[in-house]
Design a protein around this ligand. Structure first.
Ligand code: XIL
Length: 557
């Protein structure tokens, strides 16, 4: 019995070795490094056909998003010749999906590289900072120029160093969109040099394809949206990420050209800006603020107080009530003061009403500071920048009904108590065909106006099924148009801000399974029907008067 087992093993080993050797380079793929749009100038240098990626003081993950992509429908291999200057991680990456912010935020990334004299494989599945797969393998000859190869067979990845298999890992759903970008990941102080990248194919699959069409398809139209919006005296913009401002040229171009307001999608939140007690990190927030200033854009600050995006030093804290007050006051004062005169609008408290729409949400802040934490937060923010306009921001409170009544009563109470609140943010994360009616939204905006409050549309996106049809896109465009009309027609609606602007980095696919395509530019920055429908509204002659609301208008002569 044992003999048969051994024989079986020998045959299997021979077969594996044999098949392994039959993997061949795909024709033309050795040219891959020649398309050198690696982004992030200053950290990536192209010298004599090789790419040098220096990390400096930070961990760097680059993605060549405008270069060629690997189509991942069948099995494939990628062989890279590389060398690392230091002993810490230097890896090539196959990026199956770009995250909104970083690898924990929806991205999918497989790193194969060198670390501490071994081959290292890390896989990030989009939900955690830590790789969901992290394995090292011993191998010979790992100094100087090394050839590392990864071969994907269904969900298994076979790892080779200098043409010898060193191990295997399994990474589920690594390429959900059917393609992978090439990238690299380098730890601080290290430099990675890439000499060549070659795509290889197993003997039974000759269809491995490299696609050169993933680049930008942005076609500027005159005049840009922001010029039309300026003429209508309205702010139009989107949520942004510092990383894309730095590393994606088209992203920065479209953002600066089309919009007159921006908001950071994550960079001003508690966790990124105040990661440890006593330590603030303004790197990302500053990138966003500086971009806005260079491009004469207004800034919405999002957000000072929220039940989520809190770091562990807050989540696990055992402070007294006095200490909680001091912590929150210090946070609000420090952040608002730093951007005093620069951030014109703050979402002071985000999503403070409970999930079921009744009463205040129970949060770390309501528990720690007490039920009056909202009043306190606004008062502290106002003390730090008396000129900033302060907003309460929430979702599912856009039209009329339970939760929106609750928000209305909350802010009405604040106004009556003399708390410095100036506006309400309506998030508007909508699904086409299932959103509140434009008439109800108009009525809600109007009643908030009667309290003397401004309204901003703060996080609009309209998601569609992944397999969206042309009709879906038209329906989406129609809703975008109606919502902008509501805002332009309401005297107190001053800003129309979307939760991003390109489908390329939207939070939607990661947060709503089966949905995508929620914004006005597609993943390659092509203008979608929704973009044109917004233009149409802004191009219309100056605002219709209240009489255009017809029957729903109760305006006195
Ligand atoms: C979301 C971001 O889009 C994601 O990138 C992040 O992982 C979680 O937060 N309501 C809000 C926003 O007020 O701050 C949220 O942003 C989306 C829902």
């Amino acid at each position: 019995m044992r003999k048969f087992w051994m024989l079986g093993c020998i045959i299997l080993a021979l077969l594996t070795a044999c098949t392994a050797n039959k993997w061949q380079p795909v024709e033309g793929s050795a040219e891959l490094l020649k398309d050198l749009s690696w982004g992030c100038p200053g950290w990536v240098e192209v010298r004599d056909g090789t790419v040098l990626i220096g990390a400096g003081n930070e961990f760097r993950a680059y993605v060549n998003t405008y270069g060629p992509r690997l189509m991942t429908n069948g099995d494939f291999g990628v062989a890279v010749t590389l060398s690392a200057a230091q002993d810490n991680l230097a890896a090539f990456s196959l990026v199956g999906r770009l995250g909104t912010t970083d690898w924990w935020d929806g991205g999918r990334k497989l790193d194969v590289g060198l670390e501490a004299g071994q081959v290292i494989v890390n896989y990030y599945n989009g939900v955690s900072f830590m790789p969901s797969v992290a394995q090292t393998f011993a191998a010979e000859g790992l100094s100087g120029k090394v050839k590392l190869e990864v071969r994907r067979v269904i969900t298994e990845f076979i790892i080779l160093a200098n043409d010898k298999e060193v191990g295997r890992v399994t990474a589920e759903d690594a390429f959900p969109d059917g393609f992978a970008y090439f990238g690299a990941s380098v730890r601080p102080q290290n430099t990675l040099t890439l000499y060549d990248i070659t795509v290889t194919a197993p003997p039974e699959n000759t269809t491995v394809a490299v696609d050169f069409s993933g680049g930008s398809a942005y076609t500027p139209i005159e005049p840009p949206l922001r010029a039309l919006a300026d003429a209508r005296n309205i702010l139009i913009g989107g949520a942004v990420e510092p990383q894309h401002i730095r590393c994606d040229q088209t992203y920065a171009e479209v953002l600066g050209r089309e919009f007159n307001i921006l908001v950071a999608e994550n960079a001003f939140k508690f966790w990124p800006i105040h990661p440890e007690q006593g330590r603030y990190d303004f790197t990302g927030a500053d990138t966003v603020a500086e971009f806005a200033e260079t491009h004469a854009m207004q800034i919405r600050g999002h957000t000072l107080v929220w039940h989520t995006s809190t770091p562990d030093w807050i989540n696990n804290a055992t402070f007294t009530q006095e200490q909680w007050n001091a912590v929150l006051q210090d946070h609000i004062t420090t952040v608002v003061s730093r951007y005093k005169g620069r951030v014109a609008y703050w979402d002071v408290v985000n999503e403070g009403i409970s999930e079921n729409g009744v009463g205040l949400r129970k949060t770390v802040w309501s528990d720690g500071v007490g039920p009056d934490y909202i009043d306190k937060a606004f008062t502290w923010a106002h003390a730090a920048d008396p000129d900033a306009l302060l907003f309460y921001n929430d979702y599912a409170a856009e039209g009329m009904g339970g939760k929106s009544d609750e928000v209305y009563n909350l802010v009405k109470g604040m106004v009556e108590r003399g708390i410095p609140i100036h506006g309400v943010g309506l998030q508007m994360h909508f699904v086409a065909g299932a959103s509140p009616s434009p008439e109800d939204i108009a009525r809600n905006i109007q009643r908030l106006g009667e309290l003397g409050l401004q309204v901003h549309i703060t996080e609009l996106d309209i998601r569609l099924p992944v397999e969206a049809s042309k009709d879906d896109l038209d329906q989406q465009a129609n809703l975008y148009q109606q919502l902008l009309e509501v805002c332009t027609q309401a005297e107190n609606c001053a800003a129309f801000v979307m939760w991003g602007f390109t489908d390329r980095y939207s939070w939607v696919p990661n947060s709503f399974s089966g949905y995508d395509h929620a914004l006005i530019f597609d993943k390659a920055y092509r203008s979608k029907p929704a973009y044109f429908s917004l233009r149409k509204v802004l191009e219309m002659p100056q605002s219709l008067g209240p009489e255009d609301f017809g029957a729903s208008c109760n305006c006195a002569p």
